[in-house]
Design a protein around this ligand. Structure first.
Ligand code: THU
Length: 137
């Protein structure tokens, strides 16, 4: 059983690590690995705006370089920096594709609006994904 509240709490804490001087929108993510470890991420922006990395990809890349390959769920929260979370923050398309590289269709994506947790599967948020399977010839 995934402890959704624990994962959302970890994402809320991760927001403190955001570096977002340009958008001033702070996002936190907490990734639950199959071995039970939780790896956090926050968005890291760049003066060359396209160089910005979302919280989700920070968490995933950090996990991958630490040897993790199997993941169960990710919690994502975002709001203007200095404000508490009051609306759902959905993952961008690049992050959905990034998740599809490593995560199965039943991978859970948890969003929180400050009151309620909404749970989606990766299959739902990125149907008919292009994945490494499509490169098998
Ligand atoms: N951002 C994330 O980190 N994750 C999301 O799911 C949505 C957007 C970041 C990117 C940028 O630093 C800021 O939020 C505004 O787009």
């Amino acid at each position: 059983m995934i402890d959704r509240k624990m994962l959302v709490d970890a994402a809320l804490g991760a927001r403190a690590g955001a570096y977002s001087p340009y958008s001033k929108f702070c996002v936190g993510a907490a990734l639950l690995c199959a071995d039970g470890e939780v790896i956090i991420g926050a968005n890291v922006e760049n003066s060359s705006y396209g160089g910005t990395i979302c919280a989700e990809r920070v968490a995933l890349t950090s996990a991958v370089v630490n040897g993790k390959r199997d993941f169960k769920a990710i919690a994502i929260v975002g709001a203007p920096c200095g404000e508490s979370v009051g609306a759902y923050c959905a993952p961008c398309g690049i992050c959905r594709q990034f998740m599809a590289e490593f995560c199965a269709g039943d991978f859970e994506i948890l969003l929180f609006d400050g009151k309620e947790i909404k749970a989606y599967t990766l299959d739902t948020l990125l149907p008919a994904a292009f994945t490494k399977k499509d490169l098998e010839i």
